[in-house]
Each structure stands twice: as C-alpha cells, then as structure tokens.
Ligand binder design. Structure first.
Ligand SMILES: *[C@@H]1O[C@H](CO)[C@@H](O)[C@H](O)[C@H]1NC(C)=O
Ligand SMILES: *[C@@H]1O[C@H](CO)[C@@H](O)[C@H](O)[C@H]1NC(C)=O
Ligand SMILES: *[C@@H]1O[C@H](CO)[C@@H](O)[C@H](O)[C@H]1NC(C)=O
Ligand SMILES: *[C@@H]1O[C@H](CO)[C@@H](O)[C@H](O)[C@H]1NC(C)=O
Ligand SMILES: *[C@@H]1O[C@H](CO)[C@@H](O)[C@H](O)[C@H]1NC(C)=O
Ligand SMILES: *[C@@H]1O[C@H](CO)[C@@H](O)[C@H](O)[C@H]1NC(C)=O
Ligand SMILES: *[C@@H]1O[C@H](CO)[C@@H](O)[C@H](O)[C@H]1NC(C)=O
Ligand SMILES: *[C@@H]1O[C@H](CO)[C@@H](O)[C@H](O)[C@H]1NC(C)=O
Ligand SMILES: *[C@@H]1O[C@H](CO)[C@@H](O)[C@H](O)[C@H]1NC(C)=O
Ligand SMILES: *[C@@H]1O[C@H](CO)[C@@H](O)[C@H](O)[C@H]1NC(C)=O
Ligand SMILES: *[C@@H]1O[C@H](CO)[C@@H](O)[C@H](O)[C@H]1NC(C)=O
Ligand SMILES: *[C@@H]1O[C@H](CO)[C@@H](O)[C@H](O)[C@H]1NC(C)=O
Length: 484
C-alpha cells in the first residue's frame, strides 16, 4: 500500500510532463528522480515501466523554453504585484526561546535509550518514509523562486557562450577547456530545474526570457559570479526553515553545486576563490529583488511569486575587480542590485588584466593575491537608491515596496553576521556610510568576498536563523558589495 501522500506526489509528478506546454518532442513519459524517491519501492516500478520507451534508463529532464529571447520588455506593464493569500497578517510574532531549547545536557553522555545499536536517540525524520514534495505555501514559494533562479542560469551560461566569440574569451584569458566548463555548468542547471520542478508539480514555473546587462566577457563572468552568489545565499537563507525536510535535502545537494560554480566564476575573474570562512544566507525577498530585474517576460499563465521586491540600490563607488586599484572607479557598474562591474574603457595601466604589475594581476587563476585589496575597513561608501512603487521583473508585473521608516543604517550581511553602519543622508535617496571593521571570529574579517548590503531604518540585532525579520526594516536594497 502506498501512503496517501506518496500517491499524491506521484500523481503530481506524472501529470507534470503533460502540464508543460513547451515540452520538447522527446517521447519519454518518465517522471522524476524525486518521485521515484518519494514513493519508494512501489513507485519505482511505475517509473521503470514509464521509462521503457526512453532510450536512456535514467529519468527524463524537464526542458526549458525551446527559444529564449533576450532584451528589454517593451510591452505595456500589466502590473499585478506579488501573489497574496486571502488574509494577510501584520507581522510575524516572535516568541521567546522555546523551553526545551536549552535543556539538553551536552556532556558527551547518552541520556536516552538508543532505538538500535549505534543509533543515538533523537533526530528528525529518521523513522518516516520520505516524500519529496512541498508541504506548505512557504515551501512552494521558496522552491518556485529557486526554480526561477535555475532557469535563468541555464540560459545565462549558454547565452554567454553564444554571445561572445572564441577570441573574446581568449582575450579574457579563458580557454576552450574553460568554455567547456561553463557549458557543463549550464547542463547542471537542467538537472537542478528538473528536480525542483518534480517536487513542485504541475504548477512549477516555466523558463522565461531575460535581459542581461553585460557587454563583454569580463562583465559576463562578473555577472555570473554575482548571480550565483545570490542564488546560493538565497537558498541557504531558507533551507532550514522549510517544512519539507526531504525537499531541503535535495535542494542542499543542488545548491552545493551552485556554490562550486560561484567559486569557479571568481577564479575566472582572477579573484581570490574564497576569502571568507562562512557562506552567507539571505531571505527569499532579497534573492527575488536581485533576480527579478533580469527577467524581461514570462509565458502566459506563468506561476507567480509571493516575495517582495525592494527598491533598487546602487553602490556608486563599488570596487571594480578589473581595475588594478579597484577602489578608484566611480559609477562603474552596469546598474543597481548586483552592481556588476563595467569594464568598458578600462585598459592599460588602469586595468589589472595583462598588467605588467604581476602583484596586481587579475587574469584567470586558481588563486590570486592582489597586493591592493578590493576594499578595506573604514572606507567611505557612496550609495543611492530609489523610492518604492516602481514596476520590475517579468512583464514589469511586480512593484517595488518597502514598509520601513526613514533610512538610518546600512546593514552589512556577510558570513554569520549582520552588522550596521550609520548612514549619513545627502538627499532623501542618497547617502554615505563607512565600511565596518568587524571580524566573524578572530582573524576573519566579516566584510569580505561578494556580500549583501541594504539600507535599513533600524539596527535590529539579527543572527542567521532569524535574518528574515530584517525585511520590514529594509528601505532599499539589497545590493552586492564587492569587498574581496
Ligand atoms: C591577455 O593575456 C592572455 C594570456 O594570459 C592573452 O591570451 C590575451 O590575448 C591577452 N588579452 C589582451 C586584451 O591583451
Ligand atoms: C579579503 O580577502 C582577501 C583575499 O584573502 C584579502 O587580500 C583582503 O585583505 C581581505 N579583506 C579584508 C578587508 O580583510
Ligand atoms: C508577458 O509578455 C510576453 C511577451 O510579450 C507575453 O507573451 C506573455 O503573455 C506575457 N505574460 C503575462 C503573464 O502576461
Ligand atoms: C492559461 O490558463 C487558462 C486557465 O487555466 C487556460 O484556459 C488557457 O488555455 C491557458 N493559456 C495558455 C497559453 O496556456
Ligand atoms: C588606490 O586608490 C585609492 C583611492 O583613490 C587611493 O587612496 C590609494 O592610495 C590607491 N592605492 C594604490 C596602491 O595606488
Ligand atoms: C552613472 O552613470 C550613468 C550612465 O553612464 C548615468 O546615467 C548616471 O547619471 C551616473 N550616476 C552618477 C551618480 O553619476
Ligand atoms: C559603462 O562604461 C562606459 C564607458 O565609460 C559607458 O559608456 C557606459 O554607459 C557604461 N555602462 C553603463 C550601463 O553605465
Ligand atoms: C598572499 O597573501 C597572503 C595573505 O595576505 C600572504 O601571506 C602570502 O605571502 C601572499 N603570497 C604571495 C605569493 O604573494
Ligand atoms: C562620497 O562621499 C564622501 C563623503 O561624504 C564625499 O566626500 C565624496 O565627495 C562622495 N563622492 C562622490 C563622488 O560623490
Ligand atoms: C557621517 O557624519 C558623522 C558626523 O558628522 C561623521 O563623523 C562621519 O564621518 C560621517 N560619515 C560619512 C561616511 O560621511
Ligand atoms: C558575528 O557572528 C559571530 C557568530 O555568530 C558572533 O559570535 C559575532 O559576535 C558576530 N559579530 C558581529 C560584529 O556581529
Ligand atoms: C534574533 O536571534 C537572536 C538570537 O540568536 C536574538 O538575540 C535576537 O533578539 C533575535 N532578533 C529578533 C529581532 O528577534
């Protein structure tokens, strides 16, 4: 007998392929790795049967759009905003420390009977049959967001390879082997999109059309480095809050691949591969705010998201990794949000690539020391942001919003820390702050690598597990700050 939930998951997965309008001409009707896992031994029989028609015995992948278009959305904005429930509360009420949270005597002894030899008591989900599906609105919206991210990556990596010539890549120090690695990363995204789609069922979002800001290979690589940064951080932010621990397991095994992609794009950019001790996590609405501006349009009937789009934030003196002295650039990004580097016009002794000064070289490398750091503590940072109410995202159909009061701080979200620096306003929508000098632990500067900043109305104390509470205090942002 199949448990009821398994049947539901299996049916959802079975109906998935027929529910996808742009399903390619493949003849396979097979379902998914997730569904075969979800319905255990009984469903694997079904899976085997349905796969008989396929040339491969492996589960089929879910294809993206047969043709993705690129460029700005020119249609008229039919603004509808985020998905909302019939009833919306006024805020999450946070309780105190749960009574049992501090009662376990962590003394190295076993305090409860072991259910089996070598099995200490405790743990969650070890004695139930896993079902790899979404189990709440929170789960659905989180995985749907992750899927929007996987779909753009699939297109982005392929688009970069098509948009630039072999000699463009070679000028940026990237070889045929490097291009093959980028191509392989694109293929990995097919797998990620498939496993997430299978867990979501028939209403899993489809691939969209995109509008990228880069104009050359170095900008493309920096954009990929930054996009994978918020893709990765956006998932770490909610993974341990999901109702579905099974979904969390499969997402974890996808996102660790994305983490490797981020590191490799850093190496392609000649940055130090991992200048931090911990990888940061951020709320879903932060990832969605950063992602949405690059989605120009989605097909009719696309499943929409419930997350917030915050007003855009520019880092005017964003450190520019293609400069020999990164802090010398001003207004050298391709736009707000990711604040991707603009490398047009930077050459000769101003540039770090092919520079005769080898101590500041930034050609692709496994690792790279820069003798002039990208940024440094106590640096003045000049910022400018938008008022809320602007249409953004697919078909310009979402609207930026903020529930915060007056801008007062800059939140620096990196590693395990949320640190605030006071904001000096120079206008209602611009100001300056000072890059904080804090360490996560002794010897580990908290502000390093590619991290998140946002304008906030308060300096609320937050830690990685309750960071989402920052959202009602966000005036604008996040933006990605390039600290190292
Ligand atoms: C930079 O150096 C690489 C080799 O490291 C070379 O292939 C490339 O053509 C050079 N690019 C420019 C713009 O000179
Ligand atoms: C960030 O990391 C890089 C690479 O390890 C290092 O050179 C730089 O000094 C670090 N930045 C800060 C602020 O410590
Ligand atoms: C978004 O725009 C595209 C291209 O114009 C159109 O085909 C599609 O129906 C629109 N999507 C929605 C959800 O309105
Ligand atoms: C969109 O959904 C409606 C209602 O489910 C359906 O009637 C229509 O055919 C769908 N349109 C497309 C293009 O899939
Ligand atoms: C790098 O640029 C900054 C800002 O203009 C300047 O203060 C610093 O002295 C420069 N460093 C070097 C080594 O040229
Ligand atoms: C930055 O550059 C853009 C485009 O080059 C320009 O529109 C904008 O006004 C500049 N912003 C500032 C603050 O100089
Ligand atoms: C990038 O820099 C070039 C050269 O300064 C400038 O013409 C261009 O407008 C910049 N791009 C953006 C998007 O600001
Ligand atoms: C690279 O940077 C590290 C840390 O700053 C330093 O200890 C090391 O000597 C540097 N290595 C080289 C080859 O410059
Ligand atoms: C950045 O802010 C500092 C401190 O307020 C100010 O001195 C500087 O002129 C600003 N830079 C620009 C280019 O606006
Ligand atoms: C902000 O203003 C305070 C007080 O006037 C000043 O000490 C500080 O240096 C200013 N910070 C910036 C980044 O301009
Ligand atoms: C950074 O995070 C660590 C680990 O949670 C914590 O011990 C430390 O106090 C935090 N530092 C700051 C400046 O918030
Ligand atoms: C976030 O969690 C920390 C404990 O890790 C707690 O001290 C802090 O008060 C919490 N913040 C809010 C706003 O609840």
């Amino acid at each position: 007998m199949l448990p009821r939930k398994s049947i539901v998951a299996l049916l959802a997965s079975l109906s998935l392929t027929s529910a996808i309008p742009q399903q390619a001409t493949t003849t396979t009707t097979s379902t998914s790795t997730a569904s075969s896992g979800s319905s255990t031994s009984t469903s694997s029989t079904t899976t085997t049967t349905t796969q008989a028609a396929a040339s491969s015995s492996a589960p089929a992948t879910r294809p993206g759009l047969s043709s993705v278009s690129h460029g700005a959305y020119s249609g008229s904005a039919s603004v509808t905003g985020a998905v909302t429930a019939s009833s919306v509360g006024t805020g999450i009420v946070v309780g105190g420390v749960p009574p049992a949270a501090t009662t376990y005597p962590a003394d190295g002894q076993l305090h409860d009977p072991e259910p089996a030899p070598y099995v200490p008591a405790g743990g969650v989900g070890l004695n139930t049959t896993p079902v790899y599906n979404v189990k709440s609105d929170f789960d659905f919206e989180s995985l749907a967001l992750a899927l929007y991210q996987e779909w753009i990556e699939l297109d982005l990596f392929q688009y970069g390879l098509e948009a630039f010539s072999v000699s463009d890549f070679e000028d940026a120090g990237l070889t045929a082997e490097d291009r093959a690695l980028i191509e392989f990363m694109a293929i990995q995204e097919i797998g990620h999109a498939t496993v997430i789609s299978n867990m979501l069922g028939p209403q899993a979002p489809v691939q969209c059309n995109y509008n990228y800001p880069f104009t050359n290979v170095r900008e493309f690589v920096d954009f990929c480095q930054k996009l994978t940064r918020f893709g990765e951080a956006g998932v770490y932010g909610y993974l341990s809050h999901l109702d579905s621990r099974e979904a969390s397991q499969l997402l974890l095994q996808s996102i660790t691949t994305e983490a490797r992609q981020q590191l490799i794009f850093r190496q392609f950019e000649g940055l130090f591969p991992m200048p931090v001790w911990f990888q940061v996590g951020v709320p879903q609405s932060w990832a969605w705010t950063l992602l949405a501006p690059y989605i120009s349009s989605c097909p009719t009937n696309q499943t929409r998201l419930a997350w917030q789009n915050f007003p855009a934030l520019w880092i005017l003196n964003q450190p520019n990794p293609v400069r020999r002295n990164a802090t010398q650039g001003f207004n050298e990004t391709l736009g707000a949000g990711t604040n991707t580097l603009n490398s047009t016009g930077i050459s000769g002794s101003d540039a770090c690539f092919n520079n005769t000064d080898k101590s500041n070289d930034c050609n692709p490398a496994i690792s790279n020391n820069r003798s002039i750091p990208l940024s440094y503590p106590r640096r003045v940072v000049n910022l400018t942001w938008e008022y809320p109410g602007k249409p953004v995202g697919p078909n310009s159909s979402y609207v930026t919003s903020s529930t915060a009061g007056s801008p007062a701080f800059v939140a620096w979200v990196s590693q395990l820390n949320v640190t605030y620096s006071p904001l000096n306003l120079t206008s209602n929508t611009s100001g300056t702050t000072i890059q904080p000098s804090v360490e996560t632990y002794e010897g580990d500067p908290a502000v390093n690598g590619t991290l998140f900043i946002a304008i906030t109305d308060s300096d609320l104390y937050l830690t990685p597990f309750n960071l989402t509470l920052i959202n009602e205090h966000v005036v604008a942002g996040p933006a990605l700050y390039q600290a190292g």
